[in-house]
Design a protein around this ligand. Sequence first.
Ligand code: PRP
Length: 209
Amino acid sequence: MDALTLAVPSGRLFSDAVALLRRLGWLETMPDGRSLVVDGAAGFRMIITKPADVLTLVEHGAADAGITGKDILLEQERDVYELVDLAFGRCRGVVAMPPAVGEDLWGRPSLLRVATKYPRIASRYFAAQQRAVEVIELHGSVELAPRVGLADAILDVVMTGTTLRANRLVEVAEVFRSSARLVVNRVSLRTKAAAVRRIVGQMKGAEAR
Ligand code: PRP
């Protein structure tokens, strides 16, 4: 069997991804929290990287495959194959605003300022709505933007809704639904077909259970 390198994101998908790989027998030990490369069974190697970098590694072939969120796939539009919905890490991408002004802002003709970690998704979404916006890119703590006067609204992912409530924002529109996906490098799909087929088959089976 060909050696297979899989990029796994640190952050909120990490523990479910590692649990899945252990359950399927690819990883024999728990990562120690410091190593960025972990060798597993039968030539399997896991690379731990920032969520925003998984698709860069897979697209360039530094990893044969990767686990990433659909949100990141939608934002980055990379040249990789998306093969399995892993059904964990579920969240929704929403537009949210302060409640007192929410309705007015949505209907207001002037330029809406939208803070987001997803500038391309936001631009596509508001263009499709024929709504003029200024997209302001942030790298985290997006909910802060309306509170400090940086933006009128946000487009961000919601899991429990706790962060929106804590920052006095209300959802006004759902933009996308996301969960973790297995993606594969285009060349590896051909050159390492047997190994790719095996991990894809196992992950599809795991998702069905
Ligand atoms: C994500 C997201 C929200 C929060 C939503 O942030 O950007 O801030 O989680 O979760 P909730 O609906 O369960 O409250 P993350 O923890 O990834 O950190 P970040 O804000 O620094 O991006």
